[in-house]
Every structure is written in C-alpha cells, then in structure tokens.
Write a protein that binds this ligand. Structure first.
Ligand code: MTE
Ligand code: MOS
Length: 943
C-alpha cells in the first residue's frame, strides 16, 4: 500500500472483481520509529479532522535520516503522502532545526485552499505541523530511552470514571409507604432499558394504515414555480401527494402569532419547509416517491446569518424596541468606573437530538370528523388546537395523547406540529390511519435548534472588579418565523443578571429574521445564552485585572435576602452564596488551583484550568404569561385499591410521572406499586400547559395533590368507621357507600403580580440555584481536552426524589457540555444543513463525562413556593456546563501567557478542538493566518 492506493474520495485501486485478502504490517526494524496521530471533534466514534502516520528510519546508529514516510488524512479527498517533505528531509540530520524546514515543506505538500470542504482550514494545516512536532519529540524520547519528553506532549490518560451523589435521607418516622424524598427508580426505567417501552413508532400497525413522508424545500428563499409529483404518483403503492390544497381549515399556524404556513403555498422561507407529503402503503415506497417529486423555484435573496440580518435590518417586526431592560443610569455608571471594557461573543446552535425522532399517528374515527392523534409533543393542547384549526373542526372532536416521548428538551414543544398536523390532514382526507416517524436527517433539517446568539457588550467596573455599568446588545438567530423567539429573548434578558448585583444596566434584544428553519425552545430557553454572556464578561474583567475569576464573581454576588434584580424583583431565600461556598469546599478549590499552577509551570504543551460558575434559574412562566401557571389532574380509585392518575404533564424521561406517583403515595399512604399513570391525553385533562420551563412537577404536582386530598376527604368517614381497616377495605366500603371515587385536581400560582412600568412585584415565582466547579486538561498542540473533575452543589429545595433530581443534574450538565464544548451545527452560506445525522453531528458520549463527577444537593434547603417544598430542576443545571468552557479558557490563557501572547482573548461557544488549538497561539499557528473574509466562499458560516 503506497500513495497510489487511494484514487479518489472513498475510492481505491481495488477493482470491482478484487477483494482485499490481507494486510501485512511489518515490525519496525532497528533504528526505525513509527507513530500515528488522530484528532477528531470527539474522542470516541468520530471521524478524524486530520490524522497522520509517520515513520522514520535512521542510518545505522547515526542522526541522519535514511528514510521518512509521512501520510496524512483529512488534508485532501484521499489520504496523501507528504512527498516533498519526505524527499526534502532525506539524508538530513535529525535535530531541532529540522522542524522549521519540515513545517515549510508540509505547507507545500498539503495545500488546502480557503473554503475547502470540511472548513477549519487553518486548524487543519496547523495540525499537520503540530503532529510533526509531536512526532519529532516522540522519536527523540524513544531514541534517548528517556520517556520524560513524551508525557508532557500527550493528555494524561483518562482514569476509570468515578463519582459521588450526596443527598439527605428522609426524616425518621416517615412511613414506609410515603415515597416522598426517597430515591425511587424512574417508573419506566426497566421498560426503557429492555426496549419494552412503547413509543409512537412501536405501536402496532393498523389495517389500511398509510405511511407519510414529507417533501421539503431545497432552497432557503424563493417562490414555487411548479410542483410535479406525477413520477412519484406512478410508483405502485403510492396513494397520494398532499399539499396546502388539502387543508380543509386554516393552513397558517403558530404558537403565539400565526405567521407560518403548514404546507407552503407559494413562498418558501427556509430549506426544510414543507411543500407537500407523499402517502404510500409502506414507508420505503413513500421515501422513494418523495425523492421523485420535482419542485421548481424562482430563487430570491436569502439571509442566513445574524451578521447579514443586522446589516439588512431583518428583525421579527420591530421587536428590538419592545425587548429592553433598563435600570439605573449607565452613562453615570460608566463615568464612575475605573475601567471600561468592550467585547463581543457568540454562542452557536445546538440540535435537540432527542433519542426518539418526532413522530405521529392519526386515526380517524370515521364519523363527524372525529380523530385521535398520538404524537410526540410536550404540548398536547396546542397540538389539539392547531389540528382542529387546520381541519376546521371543534376541539372536542380531536383527541391528542401520548404515553411518553423519548426526550423532548424543548424541541417537541411546538415544532412537533410539523409532523402531527400533516399526518392528521392526510388521515382526514383519506379516512385511513396515517403514521410518520421522521428519520434523523429529516428531523434535523426541519425542526430547528437552540437559538444562536451574539452579544456586543460594554462594561464598567471598579478597580476591585465590582460592576458599575453594563450595556449589552443581544441578538438571536430566530429563523424564518417567530415561533417562541421573542419570549426566548425575554428569558435571556431577564436572566442576564445571573447572580450578580448590577447597578446600572441597559440590555436590548434583537430577534433576527433569517431564512433558516425556525429556532425554538431548548432546555434553558434563552437563559443559557444570556447567562453565558454574563460569565464571559465576568471572566473578561478578571483577565483584565489579573485576578482570580472566582473572586470577581464572589464580590458581585447577590445576598441571601433583599438583593434586587434589574427587573425589580426582590430575592428571598437566595441560596447562591451557600451553594458557592459549599462547592468551593467540596472541590478543594484553593488547593487544586495551586496544584494546577504547579502542573502548568512544568508542562509547556499541555495545560490545566479550572473554573467555578453559578446559576440562578427562574421557575414559573413569566408573570405576563401567568395564565400558563396552572395544572390539572384526574385521579381514579378502583375497587381493588389501585389508583390511576392522569395529569396535564408529559413524561419525556425527566421522571415527572414518578414524582406524581410519589405525591399520591404520601397522601394515600399506600405503596407506589398500587399507583399507575398510563398516558397524557386531552380527554382526561383539558387545556393543559406545555410541560416546559421545568414547571411540570410544580404545576401538575400541586394539581395531583389537590385531587388526592379531595379523595382522602371523601374517604375519611369510612376510615373513621373502621380505623383498623386497610386501604382496600376502605375503598371497597366507600364504593358500597356510593362515594365518588374519582376526583379532578387543579392548581394555579396566583400571587404572581408584576408591574412592568414601575418594575415592581414578582416576575417569576422562585429561583433554583446551583454552582459547578470543573477542571480540564488541554493539549495545546491539537486542541484535544479531557474533563478531569466536576463538582456540583445544587439547591433543589427538599428533593421529592434525589435519584431523579441528581439524574437531571448529571444529564443536564452533560447536555450543556455538548453545547458549550462538543457539538457543531454547520450550515452552508446557502442555508443547507451540512451536519446531518449522528455520523456528522456528535453529541457527548461516555468519554466526555467528567472522569470524576460529584453531585451534592444543598442540605437544609426548602421552598415554600412549591409542592412539598421541592423545586423545579429540569433545566437549571444545564448552564453549569459553562464551567467546562471557562476551565478550558483558563488553560488556554496559561498557554498564551507562556507563549507570550495577549492574556485577553475571546472564546466563543462551543469551545471545540479547533477553537482551543487556534487560541493557543504559537509558532505553528502563526504560519497559517486565516484567509481574509469575503475573498472566498466559506464551506460553512457562523449563524
Ligand atoms: N429530561 C429528560 N430525560 N428528557 C427531556 O426531554 N427535557 C428538559 C428537562 N429534562 C428533558 C429532561 C426540559 S427542556 C424541561 S423544560 C423539563 O425537563 C420539563 O420537565 P419538568 O417540567 O417536569 O422538569
Ligand atoms: Mo423546556 S426548553 O422549557 O421544554
């Protein structure tokens, strides 16, 4: 095998009639050394960005190079040999000077024009020379038989994972039946682990069922000239091609404002918009036919990036004016400041990547327009409402239900409509059951992501680092329609204070309208992006003052009682300082920081860094949308003593049903094995609130509690009549006494009153707090990294279920780590999604979990504002993963200081291996300056 083996992209010299029988790998001979290198976005199961195999043969025992082989992957369509470098170095002396020569020759061997497929051109070039530099040192240490050169060139090996989970036991005297506060296993954990758990795609096939496959727009912006489905329709088994013409009711929809068409009639505004859908007897036929639908467009100018949207003033109507938060006087604040800095930072998109893709099954009932839709959604009542509106029927004819979804993370709050509605329209037209279960690529192309954000800031502070004035412009890339983008921007703005006293603030939000699929809710709902800007600013201040970032955060932090947010809410029961101090202790912060300095002083090419970051997350829907703060439940008692609960919340893996069952177990004082939740359905509990904003257990839990308490009251006379009896006897007796054994429950958060003009009152019900401290090690030459340890202390009030709450903390942290460090969502300048499916889009995996992961729930915490003193926990911990990014930043800073580069630099999210490597500026990065913007067509753009 030599440089002639590969003939083109994924092509080799092997003829169709030949097969590869064996590969012979010779042992190295005396004076011969061989090493290989690979850098990928993720360590496990990922294609390399650049890889290399390098072999050297010395003349006898001398330092003279007899022969050299250098092979590179990721630098051209095929694996290539660096022939100029190989011949150029032959017969040369192997010493430090050779590195410089090799770098020059490698640049000639491996030209990669700007805009090459795969992008990251400067990074890839830098990797080739960095790999060679490593190779040089590996060979040197092997030859000198002293291995001390080697370890400082590679990351410390990842030890076996370990971790601790610390929580309080239930108080003495709590009955055995009462499950509140106990680490009960998720009620469907075993079914999910074995595969027995049913999802939409697992439901048995109906006789006459049809499969639906969407036909999506392939241009970002244009008008449809013609749609030709004749070829598709001629395939046996294809039943129909449906379009906007088949919508009997209103084809426009939206979660807040109706600004989208379900099926595009004329103007497409993003790639991935629905032009129509093929119906066929089976899914494969439908897929094949969908590819054959021909659409001709007249293309119009498109906007993909925020930069472009700002330039062209493309915002979702004038919201910039509406989205503002001002407090104090910034000008005066700046005047009083010892320092004023400005900066910019970007946060990129994140794909939801729920395990179960979006799916729906619609079953028409054959009479008077009745239809049942089983669909992946976090918001059944809206799905019901939109389907009724599209079909032009009353909502009492449409039942929407679901047992569970395989993850939602906000992605199934609204964008699920793009699946459920077409399926319902098709079923209605043909009076046959219709099912659609998206493949991953389609799901990624259609359903939107977390909003990319960018921020421009100007900040004033004292010489100690106390904030005195902040002026920020936040922009988000919303895509073509509003969806929830305006509310998401508001959440970003109202979380911008994070946990810090901000005397003078001026925050403005701009929601950019672009030709990409509509971006939507994603765990954290905009708060993550807002708070990331705040932490970037706090770090910037520390970098400028050469102070420990922990100290800067500490001196600006809110007090336990009485601190006031910029929107005027007075904080009570604010536990942030307690979480902070406990986390500092748990993480042995001071000691480990000095260990890190020690490590860094001994290692030039690998560095460690540690960061501690807080979170404060509002629980409840915002006061202005206070109507959402309601929950409903329906509880039935059967005469065998078993209990069936229905409530308005959706199970998406977060353990909501488990907690609801625990609540009933306390009220009834019966074991959880007697209590069951089957599904969530609009005919059991109507007009539900979306299971979102981490309020599921607060709102539905209080409603379940209400229903159970009503039943207990009704049972009391039979209990009093037979106090020694058991639960089954009481229920039985109650039945014969003709006691109503079914009750509805209801709850509303009714003291949320906020005055938007005077900025007084309660904007949010309460806050969940937490702190994380993370340590990382980076490889300065490749940008590789390893999360060494994370410690988290979280205030979840009095946990209803510590196993589930800690699971949410660990899970949210890992998902956040994906967003802040690993995941890369890449879109071409034409708005085409380049990173489709799990082969291209990498979420964190086992090797990304902190090697040591310690989670503690804050002791002695309580919360008078939610059921049994608990707190919502689903989203708050996600932000804590920014500690991995800021730890990386600290490590990069150490490398830059040693290399003599500026200590102040920008680090956008995600901190990918490319960003890490290029920020560790050195003699290798300077060789490859980035090409000037506008002089070439980039492979992907920053959204
Ligand atoms: N956990 C799992 N396993 N799967 C999910 O889809 N979604 C998150 C969070 N935790 C999610 C999850 C999001 S975005 C929210 S808003 C909350 O759960 C919703 O559930 P809760 O209100 O019951 O906490
Ligand atoms: Mo969660 S983003 O509120 O569904």
């Amino acid at each position: 095998m030599d440089d002639k083996f590969f003939t083109g992209y994924r092509k080799t010299v092997i003829k169709p009639s030949e097969i590869l029988v064996s590969i012979f790998l010779p042992f190295t001979s005396a004076n011969e050394y061989m090493y290989s290198f690979k850098q990928a976005g993720r360590k496990e199961d990922d294609i390399s960005i650049v890889n290399a195999g390098m072999k050297i043969h010395f003349k006898n025992e001398t330092n003279t190079i007899e022969d050299l082989s250098l092979a590179f992957g990721g630098m051209a369509p095929t694996t290539v040999m660096a022939t100029k470098t190989m011949t150029g170095l032959r017969n040369k002396e192997w010493n430090e000077n050779i590195i410089q020569t090799a770098c020059q020759l490698l640049e000639k061997d491996l030209p990669l024009p700007p805009g090459s497929p795969g992008g990251m051109v400067e990074y890839r070039k830098t990797l080739t020379t960095s790999f060679f530099f490593k190779f040089y040192h590996f060979v040197q240490s092997a030859r000198s038989k002293v291995l001390n050169g080697l370890p400082s060139m590679v990351l410390t090996e990842r030890p076996l994972s370990k971790g601790t989970q610390v929580y309080e036991e239930v108080p003495d005297g709590q009955t055995i039946e009462d499950a509140i506060g106990r680490p009960i296993v998720h009620t469907s954990a075993y079914q999910q682990a074995t595969g027995e758990a049913m999802y939409v795609d697992d439901l048995p096939i109906y006789r006459d069922e049809l499969a639906l496959v969407h036909v999506l727009s392939k241009v970002a912006h244009g008008t449809i000239k013609t749609v030709d489905a004749s070829q598709a329709l001629s395939i046996p088994g294809v039943v129909d091609f449906i379009t906007y013409k088949d919508v009997p009711g209103n084809n426009t929809w939206g979660p807040v404002v109706f600004d989208e068409e379900m099926f595009v009639s004329k103007e497409v505004r993003c790639q991935g918009a629905i032009i129509g859908a093929i119906l066929a007897e089976d899914i494969r036929t439908a897929e094949r036919a969908a590819d054959l639908v021909k659409v001709e467009y007249e293309q119009l100018d498109h906007i993909v990036t925020m930069e472009d949207a700002i330039k062209k003033n493309s915002f979702h109507d004038g919201v910039e004016k509406e989205l503002m938060l001002q407090d104090g006087d910034v000008e005066e604040g700046f005047n009083k400041s010892d320092h004023v800095i400005d900066g910019e930072v970007h946060i990129e998109a994140q794909e939801h990547f729920y395990l179960e893709t979006q799916a729906a099954l619609a079953v028409p009932k054959g009479e008077v327009g009745e239809i049942e839709v089983i669909c992946t959604t976090q918001y059944l009542s809206l799905t019901q409402k939109i389907i009724a509106s599209l079909l032009g029927v009353d909502r009492n004819k449409v039942i929407c239900k679901i047992k569970r979804i395989g993850g939602g993370f906000g992605g199934k709050e609204y964008r699920n409509m793009l699946i459920a509605a077409p399926v319902a329209i098709a079923a209605n037209k043909h009076n046959r059951p219709v099912r659609c279960s998206l493949d991953r690529d389609q799901d990624m192309m259609m359903t939107g992501t977390r909003h990319p954000f960018m921020a421009k800031y100007k900040v004033g502070f004292t010489k100690e680092g106390k904030l005195s004035a902040i002026q920020v412009k936040l922009y988000s890339n919303a895509g073509f329609s509003k969806d929830l983008s305006v509310i998401i921007m508001k959440k970003a703005i109202t979380h911008f204070d994070l946990v810090y006293n901000m005397p003078n603030v001026d925050i403005v939000g701009g929601v950019c309208k672009t030709n990409i699929p509509s971006n939507t809710a994603f765990r954290g709902f905009g708060s993550i992006q807002g708070m990331f800007v705040t932490e970037t600013i706090m770090t910037h201040i520390a970098e400028l003052l050469d102070q420990c970032p922990m100290k800067i955060r500490d001196i600006n932090m809110y007090e336990e009682e009485g601190s006031k947010t910029p929107y005027g809410q007075i904080l009570d029961n604010c536990t942030i300082k307690r979480c902070w101090n406990e986390c500092l202790t748990q993480a042995e912060y001071e000691k480990r920081q000095s260990d890190i300095s020690n490590f860094n002083s001994k290692n030039r090419w690998r560095k460690r860094g540690m960061a501690i970051n807080p979170v404060k997350f509002a629980l409840s829907f915002v006061a202005m949308e206070g109507f959402f703060n309601q929950g409903g439940a329906l509880v039935h008692l059967y005469t065998d003593g078993s209990v069936l609960i229905s409530h308005g919340g959706m199970e998406m893996g977060q353990g909501l049903h488990t907690k609801m069952i625990q609540i009933a177990s306390r009220v009834f004082n019966i074991p959880i094995s007697k209590i069951f939740i089957s599904e969530t359905s609009t005919d059991k509990v109507p007009n539900t609130t979306p299971t979102a904003t981490s309020t599921g257990s607060d709102l539905n839990g209080a409603a379940v509690l209400d229903a159970c308490e009503k039943l207990m009251k009704r049972l009391q006379p039979v209990i009093d009549a037979n106090p020694k009896g058991n639960w089954e006897q009481w229920i039985n007796a109650a039945y014969f006494e003709r006691v109503n054994l079914s009750a509805t429950g209801f709850y509303k958060t009714d003291d949320l009153v906020y005055d938007t003009v005077n900025k007084t009152g309660r904007l949010y019900s309460y806050f969940t707090y937490g702190v994380a401290c993370t340590e990382v090690e980076i490889d300065c030459l490749t940008g590789d990294h390893q999360v060494i340890r994370t410690d988290i202390v979280m205030d979840v009030g009095r946990s209803m279920n510590p196993a589930i709450d800690i699971g949410q903390i660990e899970g949210a942290f890992t998902q956040g780590y994906g967003m802040f460090v690993i995941e890369e969502y890449k879109v071409s300048p034409e708005g085409t999604l380049l990173t489709r499916g799990p082969g291209n889009y990498k979420i964190p995996t086992y090797g990304n979990i902190p090697a040591e992961f310690n989670v503690s729930l804050l002791k002695g915490a309580s919360n008078p504002r939610a059921v049994y003193s608990s707190k919502g926990i689903g989203e708050p911990p996600l932000f804590l993963a920014c500690s991995a990014l800021f730890a990386i930043k600290a490590a990069i800073r150490a490398a830059r200081i040693e290399a003599g580069y500026s200590k102040i630099f920008r680090l956008d999210s995600p901190a990918t291996s490319c960003r890490i490597r290029m920020a560790c500026q050195d003699q290798f990065t300077v060789q490859f300056p980035p090409a000037e913007k506008g002089t070439y067509r980039p492979w992907y753009v920053d959204l």
